[in-house]
Design a protein around this ligand. Structure first.
Ligand code: SAH
Ligand code: SF4
Length: 351
Protein backbone atom coordinates (compact mmCIF):
# COMPACT_ATOMS: atom_id res chain seq x y z
CA UNK A 1 0.00 0.00 0.00
CA UNK A 2 1.28 3.48 -0.84
CA UNK A 3 -0.49 6.62 0.32
CA UNK A 4 -0.74 9.25 -2.41
CA UNK A 5 0.23 11.84 0.22
CA UNK A 6 3.66 10.17 0.32
CA UNK A 7 4.52 11.09 -3.25
CA UNK A 8 6.40 14.15 -4.40
CA UNK A 9 4.74 15.82 -7.41
CA UNK A 10 7.55 14.52 -9.66
CA UNK A 11 6.89 11.00 -8.40
CA UNK A 12 3.17 11.41 -9.02
CA UNK A 13 3.98 12.37 -12.60
CA UNK A 14 6.18 9.32 -13.03
CA UNK A 15 3.46 7.09 -11.62
CA UNK A 16 0.87 8.44 -14.04
CA UNK A 17 3.24 8.02 -16.99
CA UNK A 18 4.16 4.47 -15.90
CA UNK A 19 0.46 3.67 -15.85
CA UNK A 20 0.25 4.80 -19.48
CA UNK A 21 -1.60 8.08 -18.89
CA UNK A 22 -0.64 11.57 -20.02
CA UNK A 23 1.40 13.74 -17.68
CA UNK A 24 -1.43 16.22 -16.96
CA UNK A 25 -3.31 13.51 -15.08
CA UNK A 26 -0.81 14.02 -12.24
CA UNK A 27 -2.16 17.52 -11.63
CA UNK A 28 -5.67 16.12 -11.61
CA UNK A 29 -4.60 14.11 -8.59
CA UNK A 30 -2.42 16.73 -6.94
CA UNK A 31 -4.89 19.61 -7.09
CA UNK A 32 -7.71 17.77 -5.28
CA UNK A 33 -5.23 16.21 -2.82
CA UNK A 34 -4.05 19.60 -1.64
CA UNK A 35 -7.20 21.69 -2.11
CA UNK A 36 -10.18 19.37 -1.67
CA UNK A 37 -8.77 16.78 0.73
CA UNK A 38 -10.48 13.59 -0.54
CA UNK A 39 -10.72 10.68 1.90
CA UNK A 40 -10.61 8.03 -0.77
CA UNK A 41 -9.26 7.70 -4.32
CA UNK A 42 -12.82 7.11 -5.55
CA UNK A 43 -13.60 10.72 -4.55
CA UNK A 44 -11.12 12.15 -7.10
CA UNK A 45 -13.78 12.65 -9.74
CA UNK A 46 -11.45 14.54 -12.09
CA UNK A 47 -9.86 11.19 -12.96
CA UNK A 48 -11.50 8.70 -15.30
CA UNK A 49 -13.20 5.91 -13.33
CA UNK A 50 -10.91 3.33 -14.87
CA UNK A 51 -7.81 5.17 -13.73
CA UNK A 52 -9.13 5.43 -10.18
CA UNK A 53 -9.79 1.70 -10.18
CA UNK A 54 -6.33 0.98 -11.54
CA UNK A 55 -4.73 3.10 -8.81
CA UNK A 56 -6.67 1.27 -6.11
CA UNK A 57 -5.87 -2.13 -7.67
CA UNK A 58 -2.17 -1.19 -7.74
CA UNK A 59 -2.28 -0.62 -3.97
CA UNK A 60 -2.55 3.18 -3.79
CA UNK A 61 -4.62 4.68 -0.99
CA UNK A 62 -5.42 7.93 0.78
CA UNK A 63 -5.93 8.23 4.48
CA UNK A 64 -2.95 7.14 6.54
CA UNK A 65 -4.40 9.13 9.39
CA UNK A 66 -8.01 9.22 10.58
CA UNK A 67 -9.32 11.70 13.09
CA UNK A 68 -10.55 9.96 16.22
CA UNK A 69 -10.75 12.80 18.69
CA UNK A 70 -10.75 16.59 18.74
CA UNK A 71 -10.36 18.91 21.73
CA UNK A 72 -10.65 22.69 21.64
CA UNK A 73 -9.31 25.00 24.35
CA UNK A 74 -11.69 27.27 26.24
CA UNK A 75 -10.66 30.40 24.33
CA UNK A 76 -11.05 28.50 21.04
CA UNK A 77 -7.49 29.36 19.96
CA UNK A 78 -6.00 25.87 20.29
CA UNK A 79 -7.28 22.65 18.76
CA UNK A 80 -5.72 19.26 19.35
CA UNK A 81 -6.42 16.31 17.08
CA UNK A 82 -5.79 12.72 17.91
CA UNK A 83 -5.23 10.81 14.70
CA UNK A 84 -5.21 7.08 14.26
CA UNK A 85 -2.54 5.91 11.85
CA UNK A 86 -2.46 2.95 9.51
CA UNK A 87 0.40 1.47 11.53
CA UNK A 88 -2.11 1.13 14.38
CA UNK A 89 -0.61 3.81 16.55
CA UNK A 90 -2.04 7.24 17.18
CA UNK A 91 -0.50 10.67 17.10
CA UNK A 92 -1.38 14.16 18.26
CA UNK A 93 -1.15 17.36 16.27
CA UNK A 94 -2.06 20.85 17.37
CA UNK A 95 -3.44 24.01 15.74
CA UNK A 96 -2.64 27.31 17.42
CA UNK A 97 -4.36 30.47 16.28
CA UNK A 98 -2.95 33.81 17.22
CA UNK A 99 -5.30 36.71 17.37
CA UNK A 100 -3.51 39.94 16.36
CA UNK A 101 -5.77 42.00 18.62
CA UNK A 102 -4.18 40.15 21.55
CA UNK A 103 -0.52 39.91 20.58
CA UNK A 104 -0.08 42.15 17.55
CA UNK A 105 1.21 41.18 14.10
CA UNK A 106 -0.78 39.22 11.51
CA UNK A 107 -3.36 36.53 12.24
CA UNK A 108 -1.61 33.19 12.23
CA UNK A 109 -2.78 29.59 12.11
CA UNK A 110 0.20 27.51 13.11
CA UNK A 111 0.19 23.73 12.96
CA UNK A 112 2.46 21.78 15.27
CA UNK A 113 3.25 18.31 13.93
CA UNK A 114 4.83 15.19 15.37
CA UNK A 115 7.54 13.21 13.62
CA UNK A 116 7.69 10.18 15.90
CA UNK A 117 5.50 8.35 18.37
CA UNK A 118 7.33 8.88 21.61
CA UNK A 119 10.97 9.94 21.56
CA UNK A 120 14.24 8.25 22.38
CA UNK A 121 15.95 11.38 23.68
CA UNK A 122 14.43 11.04 27.15
CA UNK A 123 14.42 14.70 28.20
CA UNK A 124 13.41 14.60 31.86
CA UNK A 125 10.88 17.45 31.63
CA UNK A 126 9.06 16.24 28.51
CA UNK A 127 6.02 13.94 28.54
CA UNK A 128 6.93 12.51 25.14
CA UNK A 129 10.46 11.78 26.29
CA UNK A 130 9.14 10.02 29.36
CA UNK A 131 6.99 7.65 27.33
CA UNK A 132 10.07 6.40 25.45
CA UNK A 133 10.41 5.71 21.73
CA UNK A 134 7.71 3.77 19.91
CA UNK A 135 8.04 4.36 16.21
CA UNK A 136 9.04 6.71 13.42
CA UNK A 137 6.27 8.33 11.43
CA UNK A 138 6.25 8.08 7.66
CA UNK A 139 6.17 11.24 5.52
CA UNK A 140 2.50 10.60 4.69
CA UNK A 141 1.67 10.55 8.41
CA UNK A 142 3.36 13.93 8.84
CA UNK A 143 1.70 15.41 5.74
CA UNK A 144 -1.70 14.03 6.86
CA UNK A 145 -1.48 15.91 10.16
CA UNK A 146 -1.27 19.16 8.21
CA UNK A 147 -3.98 18.11 5.76
CA UNK A 148 -6.48 17.44 8.56
CA UNK A 149 -6.05 20.94 9.87
CA UNK A 150 -6.02 22.45 6.38
CA UNK A 151 -9.46 20.92 5.83
CA UNK A 152 -10.73 22.12 9.19
CA UNK A 153 -9.49 25.66 8.47
CA UNK A 154 -10.81 25.67 4.91
CA UNK A 155 -14.34 25.11 6.25
CA UNK A 156 -13.97 28.38 8.17
CA UNK A 157 -12.53 30.24 5.20
CA UNK A 158 -9.05 30.19 6.72
CA UNK A 159 -5.79 28.46 5.88
CA UNK A 160 -2.56 27.13 7.36
CA UNK A 161 -0.05 29.98 7.63
CA UNK A 162 2.79 28.36 9.60
CA UNK A 163 4.11 24.94 10.43
CA UNK A 164 6.36 23.93 13.30
CA UNK A 165 7.96 20.56 13.90
CA UNK A 166 7.56 20.78 17.65
CA UNK A 167 5.17 17.95 18.43
CA UNK A 168 6.18 14.50 19.54
CA UNK A 169 9.58 13.20 18.59
CA UNK A 170 12.97 14.37 17.41
CA UNK A 171 12.81 15.40 13.73
CA UNK A 172 16.53 14.75 13.12
CA UNK A 173 16.14 11.18 14.35
CA UNK A 174 13.66 10.57 11.51
CA UNK A 175 15.46 12.73 8.98
CA UNK A 176 14.53 11.13 5.66
CA UNK A 177 10.79 10.98 6.31
CA UNK A 178 10.80 14.44 7.88
CA UNK A 179 12.54 16.03 4.89
CA UNK A 180 10.29 14.20 2.42
CA UNK A 181 7.28 15.67 4.23
CA UNK A 182 8.89 19.15 4.12
CA UNK A 183 9.45 18.85 0.36
CA UNK A 184 5.85 17.80 -0.27
CA UNK A 185 4.43 20.48 1.98
CA UNK A 186 6.51 23.26 0.39
CA UNK A 187 6.31 22.09 -3.24
CA UNK A 188 4.37 24.54 -5.38
CA UNK A 189 2.48 21.63 -6.92
CA UNK A 190 2.10 20.02 -3.48
CA UNK A 191 0.74 21.80 -0.43
CA UNK A 192 2.63 24.96 -1.39
CA UNK A 193 3.53 26.36 2.01
CA UNK A 194 6.40 28.88 1.94
CA UNK A 195 9.67 27.46 3.26
CA UNK A 196 10.07 30.50 5.47
CA UNK A 197 6.84 29.60 7.23
CA UNK A 198 8.24 26.32 8.51
CA UNK A 199 10.38 25.81 11.62
CA UNK A 200 12.09 22.59 12.60
CA UNK A 201 12.87 22.19 16.25
CA UNK A 202 15.67 19.82 17.27
CA UNK A 203 17.25 18.78 20.52
CA UNK A 204 20.56 19.58 18.83
CA UNK A 205 21.92 16.73 16.75
CA UNK A 206 24.90 18.21 14.98
CA UNK A 207 24.96 15.87 11.99
CA UNK A 208 21.25 16.47 11.33
CA UNK A 209 21.54 20.24 11.62
CA UNK A 210 24.43 20.33 9.16
CA UNK A 211 22.65 18.05 6.74
CA UNK A 212 19.60 20.30 6.87
CA UNK A 213 21.81 23.34 6.30
CA UNK A 214 23.13 21.70 3.14
CA UNK A 215 19.64 21.09 1.70
CA UNK A 216 19.44 24.60 0.30
CA UNK A 217 16.11 25.30 1.91
CA UNK A 218 14.88 28.46 3.60
CA UNK A 219 13.27 26.77 6.56
CA UNK A 220 13.76 28.06 10.08
CA UNK A 221 15.69 26.15 12.71
CA UNK A 222 15.11 26.09 16.44
CA UNK A 223 17.57 24.32 18.72
CA UNK A 224 16.44 23.23 22.18
CA UNK A 225 19.39 24.22 24.33
CA UNK A 226 17.98 24.42 27.89
CA UNK A 227 21.38 24.87 29.55
CA UNK A 228 24.55 26.88 28.89
CA UNK A 229 26.96 24.11 29.92
CA UNK A 230 27.34 20.37 29.39
CA UNK A 231 27.11 19.41 33.04
CA UNK A 232 23.64 20.86 33.51
CA UNK A 233 22.46 19.95 30.05
CA UNK A 234 23.32 16.28 30.59
CA UNK A 235 20.96 16.19 33.57
CA UNK A 236 18.07 17.58 31.54
CA UNK A 237 18.79 15.87 28.23
CA UNK A 238 20.37 12.55 29.24
CA UNK A 239 21.21 11.56 25.67
CA UNK A 240 22.96 14.87 24.94
CA UNK A 241 26.49 13.59 25.51
CA UNK A 242 27.57 13.06 21.87
CA UNK A 243 26.49 16.61 21.04
CA UNK A 244 28.18 19.06 23.34
CA UNK A 245 26.93 22.61 23.86
CA UNK A 246 29.95 23.79 21.85
CA UNK A 247 29.05 21.43 18.97
CA UNK A 248 25.50 22.70 19.00
CA UNK A 249 26.52 26.36 18.89
CA UNK A 250 28.93 25.56 16.09
CA UNK A 251 26.25 23.76 14.05
CA UNK A 252 23.88 26.71 14.61
CA UNK A 253 26.52 29.03 13.15
CA UNK A 254 26.93 26.73 10.20
CA UNK A 255 23.17 26.75 9.63
CA UNK A 256 23.09 30.55 9.67
CA UNK A 257 26.08 30.76 7.33
CA UNK A 258 24.56 28.36 4.79
CA UNK A 259 20.94 29.55 4.88
CA UNK A 260 21.16 33.14 6.07
CA UNK A 261 18.39 32.30 8.53
CA UNK A 262 18.82 33.22 12.15
CA UNK A 263 18.69 30.28 14.52
CA UNK A 264 16.40 30.32 17.54
CA UNK A 265 17.57 28.71 20.77
CA UNK A 266 14.73 27.33 22.83
CA UNK A 267 15.21 27.32 26.55
CA UNK A 268 12.64 25.63 28.81
CA UNK A 269 12.83 27.51 32.10
CA UNK A 270 12.55 25.37 35.23
CA UNK A 271 12.42 26.87 38.71
CA UNK A 272 15.54 26.20 40.74
CA UNK A 273 17.16 24.21 37.93
CA UNK A 274 18.22 26.45 35.07
CA UNK A 275 16.68 29.83 35.91
CA UNK A 276 19.22 31.55 38.16
CA UNK A 277 20.78 34.93 37.26
CA UNK A 278 24.23 33.26 37.15
CA UNK A 279 23.00 30.77 34.56
CA UNK A 280 21.38 33.58 32.58
CA UNK A 281 24.77 35.34 32.52
CA UNK A 282 26.52 32.17 31.40
CA UNK A 283 23.93 31.74 28.63
CA UNK A 284 24.39 35.36 27.60
CA UNK A 285 28.18 34.87 27.34
CA UNK A 286 27.67 31.74 25.26
CA UNK A 287 25.28 33.31 22.75
CA UNK A 288 26.48 36.90 22.64
CA UNK A 289 27.42 38.16 19.23
CA UNK A 290 26.30 35.21 17.14
CA UNK A 291 23.06 36.87 16.05
CA UNK A 292 20.78 34.20 17.41
CA UNK A 293 17.48 34.56 19.17
CA UNK A 294 16.47 32.98 22.47
CA UNK A 295 12.93 31.79 23.08
CA UNK A 296 12.29 31.24 26.77
CA UNK A 297 9.59 28.64 27.46
CA UNK A 298 8.40 28.62 31.07
CA UNK A 299 8.00 24.88 31.67
CA UNK A 300 4.56 23.34 31.25
CA UNK A 301 3.32 20.85 33.78
CA UNK A 302 3.99 17.22 32.86
CA UNK A 303 4.30 14.07 34.92
CA UNK A 304 7.67 15.25 36.31
CA UNK A 305 7.73 17.66 39.23
CA UNK A 306 9.37 20.57 37.46
CA UNK A 307 7.95 23.97 38.25
CA UNK A 308 7.60 27.19 36.32
CA UNK A 309 9.73 30.01 37.64
CA UNK A 310 7.85 32.99 39.07
CA UNK A 311 6.94 35.78 36.67
CA UNK A 312 9.59 37.93 38.37
CA UNK A 313 12.33 35.35 37.78
CA UNK A 314 11.31 34.89 34.16
CA UNK A 315 11.53 38.66 33.56
CA UNK A 316 14.90 38.85 35.31
CA UNK A 317 16.30 36.04 33.20
CA UNK A 318 15.01 37.76 30.07
CA UNK A 319 16.45 41.08 31.18
CA UNK A 320 19.93 39.67 31.72
CA UNK A 321 19.98 38.26 28.19
CA UNK A 322 18.59 41.46 26.66
CA UNK A 323 21.06 43.63 28.57
CA UNK A 324 23.89 41.53 27.16
CA UNK A 325 22.54 42.18 23.66
CA UNK A 326 21.05 38.72 23.18
CA UNK A 327 17.72 38.93 21.41
CA UNK A 328 15.14 37.23 23.59
CA UNK A 329 11.39 36.57 23.89
CA UNK A 330 9.18 34.66 26.29
CA UNK A 331 6.92 32.20 24.49
CA UNK A 332 3.19 32.87 24.52
CA UNK A 333 1.98 29.51 25.74
CA UNK A 334 -1.15 27.95 24.31
CA UNK A 335 -3.35 24.99 25.04
CA UNK A 336 -1.94 24.09 28.47
CA UNK A 337 -5.36 23.15 29.85
CA UNK A 338 -5.98 20.65 27.04
CA UNK A 339 -2.45 19.22 27.34
CA UNK A 340 -1.60 20.54 23.89
CA UNK A 341 1.32 22.73 24.89
CA UNK A 342 5.05 22.08 24.43
CA UNK A 343 6.21 18.87 25.97
CA UNK A 344 2.72 17.74 26.92
CA UNK A 345 1.98 15.56 23.94
CA UNK A 346 1.70 11.85 24.44
CA UNK A 347 -0.76 9.37 23.08
CA UNK A 348 -2.36 7.66 26.03
CA UNK A 349 -4.05 10.79 27.36
CA UNK A 350 -7.03 12.16 25.52
CA UNK A 351 -8.09 15.68 26.39
N1 SAH B 1 12.36 17.06 19.83
C1 SAH B 1 12.36 18.40 19.40
C2 SAH B 1 11.01 18.92 18.99
C3 SAH B 1 9.85 18.60 19.91
S1 SAH B 1 9.85 19.33 21.50
C4 SAH B 1 12.99 19.29 20.44
O1 SAH B 1 13.19 18.86 21.56
O2 SAH B 1 13.32 20.43 20.09
C5 SAH B 1 9.42 21.02 21.16
C6 SAH B 1 9.83 21.99 22.25
O3 SAH B 1 9.08 21.77 23.46
C7 SAH B 1 11.28 21.86 22.65
O4 SAH B 1 11.91 23.09 22.71
C8 SAH B 1 11.19 21.23 24.01
O5 SAH B 1 12.31 21.47 24.75
C9 SAH B 1 9.96 21.86 24.57
N2 SAH B 1 9.43 21.16 25.74
C10 SAH B 1 9.47 19.85 26.04
N3 SAH B 1 8.86 19.60 27.22
C11 SAH B 1 8.41 20.78 27.66
C12 SAH B 1 7.67 21.19 28.82
N4 SAH B 1 7.26 20.31 29.73
N5 SAH B 1 7.38 22.49 28.93
C13 SAH B 1 7.76 23.39 28.02
N6 SAH B 1 8.44 23.06 26.91
C14 SAH B 1 8.77 21.79 26.74
FE1 SF4 C 1 12.22 14.28 22.49
FE2 SF4 C 1 12.15 16.93 22.16
FE3 SF4 C 1 10.79 15.74 24.17
FE4 SF4 C 1 13.44 15.85 24.26
S1 SF4 C 1 12.03 17.61 24.29
S2 SF4 C 1 12.20 14.05 24.70
S3 SF4 C 1 13.96 15.62 22.12
S4 SF4 C 1 10.42 15.50 22.01
Amino acid sequence: MTDLYRLLPEEMEQLVIDMGYPRYRADQILLPLYYKFPKDISEIKQLPKQMREELIAAGYTIGSAKEIHQVVSEDGDTTKLLLKLTNDSSVEAVLMQYDPSKIGGHPRSTICVSTQIGCAMGCVFCATGQMGFETNLKAEHIVSQVIHFAELLQKRGEHVTNLVFMGMGEPMANYDEMIRAVRILTHDRGFGLGQRHITISTIGIRSGIEKLADENLQIGLAISLHAPNNELRKKLVPTAIPNSVEDIIESGRYYFKKTGRRVTFEYALMAGINDSPEIAQELARLLKGNGSHVNLIPINPTAGDFKRPTEKNIREFEQILSNAGVNCTVRVEKGTEISAACGQLRTDIIG
